[in-house]
Ligand binder design. Sequence first.
Ligand SMILES: [Zn+2]
Length: 338
Amino acid sequence: MKRVFLFVLLMVFCKKPFDLKVEEAKYDAYLAALPELRPVPKDKPVELAVHYVKADNLPELDVNERTRLYRLVEKLCAEKIGYTVQIREARLVKIRDFFASASSLFTTSPLGYPSQAFLVSYFAPDRDKRIEAAVAAAIKGNRAKVKEYLGDGYAALYTRAFVGKLSAIFAETDTKGNPLLSKNNAEDERYFSYGHWSSILQGEKQADFFLTNAGIIGADNGMPLYVIARGGITSAFIENNAHRPYQGVGVLGLYPFLADTAYFNEKRGKLTREEKIEAIAWIWLHELGHLLLKKEENYSFADSVHRAPPDLRYYEWVKRVRGTKDHRSAAIAEMKKF
Ligand SMILES: [Zn+2]
């Protein structure tokens, strides 16, 4: 799903040496110059190099579970979208080391731009004002969808609900008993940041997909309605990539699937280990509809795997789409850029 980002407010925070206005223009020019996307042919096996990025303090899938997940995704790809996919976990890296090695990318032009510009930090003094501007932009001119995702209300009210949900998630305790994100580990915010992952995905040269037991969670200035409705959770996403064979690289954040906390048990439902793995596999299949078939986000065919779950009830979505005979791939338009 292509996000449209709000930049007007950011200009206030421009600081040398990274001038966001200049960087935005360079980034836009870089994206415009990328070749158009093409669907990946089905006549040869698709090899996906997966890097597992592990946070030691968060629930995770062990190596046997990841292996089961990879085989299940391969099976679903063959059955549902017609690809022979071979997933290979090529690397396991600790999230701290991973972000340390990516840090130069964050300050490099033009791909550092998303990491500098998209995040609305949980700790920003004007956080709620900036979130409200992002919410207002997302709800503009889209009343029917707004009602479906957020109910009756207005930007300030939606913002309050959003901040309440996000605060509840970040207050959850990790496996060591500490809050997921607080002033004590504020530097960990980038592990959850859509913008930082966006820069990483676009600069990556070896992986086709990152699997991490962190999550893509937080406020940014391009959140679509369904991310606002979930309290800032993006399950997974794909970015353009000029280095990798399928023209894109993806990330899937496992935390919203694996967390057994009050927020997730309520919003997602309590799931068994097997149900969690199955839900992750289907979300991954949805993402491969973007990466391989180059399909746009679909909002029309409710029983199709190409329609992402509208909320966090991942397993109810799985039960709905897994019996579908025709996922309507042929009827969904292709993207020119991720
Ligand atoms: Zn999608």
